[in-house]
Design a binder for this molecule. Sequence first.
Ligand SMILES: [Fe+2]
Ligand SMILES: [Fe+2]
Length: 311
Amino acid sequence: MTDLIVRKMNFAFEDYDVPFLWNEENPAFSSMANAVSFLAIGFEKMIVKMILQTKPLITDPEVAEEADAFMRQEGQHSAAHRQHVRGLIRSYPGLQETLDLVIGEFDRLTAETPLKYRLAYTADLEATFTSVFKLMLDNEASLFRPGDDRVASLFIWHFVEEVEHRSSALIIFESVVGSDLYRMRVAPSIFKHVMKVIRIACAGFNEHVPLEDRKSDAMAMFASYRNKQKLMSLLPGSRARDNGPMPRAFDHLPLGEQLVALKGIIRSQLPKHDPAHETLPALADVWFRRYESGYDVSHWYTADTIATEVK
Ligand SMILES: [Fe+2]
Ligand SMILES: [Fe+2]
């Protein structure tokens, strides 16, 4: 029996403006996380359709149950990210075009690639999440705490549930396709597609969100882009558009922790990888305990203050 719990969330994005620069202390991370919101909508929409197509092929009832719970968790993530992004579009209507492009990238995969490719895509990408999100959750004090509590709570919830269902996509892939070789063979094209989608989102941010609101060049996370911008700025008479300063989201994080995350990402793509054995972020445990005790996890940093005010 699966241990996954499907939790419905409401982060009150309708209540007041959703800032693009939701963590003012880290414009690069604000932008990166916003890009994740755009990607999540398209990716998780693809997952839901993919699982519906996969279900008739699953013969093991336990795997079928896991697939169903996995799909329903992803459906909740997608819905919450839509509310977040809708808030951003209210302030920057041009971002609707960016969202359509991102969703279009995943709809194209659904229409044009075989089911086993999308199962491998989901298994490969989700396998990296525990390492990547551990790095972020272990550094919540600088990455999430100073930010808008709704946006911070959305990402903490989503990342914690990604850790919770870290094995699901691989279990489903194993049960239906079951070829490490295939998964490894298509990995380069999968990660190329992921980077392409993030690039589309970040280019859209530079185009549709004024620099005074985003405070940094949203494309700065791409090394090739940084190098090109630096080179162009040295050329006399260059017409390269200056999209702002180019800080990086994780520059301040301990190098050792970044290397551990990188090693985890590489390990996640190797044959016989089992995410069940990964070291988990301590915050995930705290989150599950608080959720069970009835704590308002949709206001991760302010629930106590709100509760005191209400009393
Ligand atoms: Fe998700
Ligand atoms: Fe997931």
